[in-house]
Design a protein around this ligand. Sequence first.
Ligand code: FMN
Length: 337
Amino acid sequence: MFRIGPYEFGRGAVLAPMAGITNPPFRQLCTELGALYCVTELISCHAVMYFEAKARNRGRKRGQKTLSLMEQYVGEHPHVVQLYGREPEMMADAAKVVAREGADIIDLNFGCPARKVIKNGMGCGVALMRTPDLLGEITRRVVEAVDVPVTAKTRLGYGQDEKNGVKVAKILAQAGAQLITIHARTREQGHSGPVDLAYLKQIVDAVDVPVIGNGGIHSVKDADDMLRQSGCAGVAVGQGAKGNPWIFSELAGVGTRPNLAERVATCRRHLDLYVAWGGEQRAVTEMRKHACWYLKGFDGAAAFRKRLGEATSRDAFLLLLDEVPMESNADEDATGC
Ligand SMILES: Cc1cc2nc3c(=O)[nH]c(=O)nc-3n(C[C@H](O)[C@H](O)[C@H](O)COP(=O)(O)O)c2cc1C
């Protein structure tokens, strides 16, 4: 059990933010299947302020969102929006806009290793672990600027020889972050490789705000290991939810691995949520990757996945899903990626 401001969370897991994946339809699906809360894709404070200025110049339409990445599905609550940037003042201004637009919680990204985020003069995301004082200043300014709770997500350190996650977590907590998510890998490791639960434990022990552990969770056992070995307050699942949103029911103790028919049914639901949110063309194009993740482990699955590229409308996509051989000797454990 852990809290973020007025929000209390019990057994289960959080959907970790993933650019290009954790958009409103996927967040809705994961919430329906038991995710405690979900985090948007990361959003640049520059983008927020650019679109804010544009909307102001053109005269904002009533209810119009500043940025589509900030959109929420109807009823999403808490709506957790992730921001990144390195200028404290601009981050504070962007946080105010994001809070005004309906964010219930603002999560600060100090963990992204993507080149366009850490390089090109940006020095954002995980690069800020190398300037902990600036990272603390950003957090403090954002906390002061908004009334909603502020959380942060970071890593163990920049590299194997630069593990300063304990120091960074202390600075974050002191600056007012109400919860810290730790991706238990270094920047060097990217998004794969072993997690260091011993160092995660040191971070958990060093701060008195809840720490959510993240990294490499694909099963109840993985989550239990992380919880037990680190003492973290909860866990967040990223790649383990791709094609496998049921992992949240399993981790909440209310569901089991689905059979192939249930996987196909969820893929249909996901498609419909996508069409309603992004329109048919976008939904069909972007659902191909999700369908590949959902539909594994049955006879002819590889050939089937190749054919997904041919589906250019919702109806064609659904017809193709009708062809999945439900009586197939499907590997029930072939979810995920
Ligand atoms: C495609 C992809 C996009 C990601 N985008 C973000 C992001 O926008 N913000 C963030 O904090 N982390 C992002 N991450 C990192 C994940 O939130 C998570 O920390 C990481 O994948 C480790 O967890 P996992 O092993 O459960 O996947 C991303 C990871 C992936 C694979």
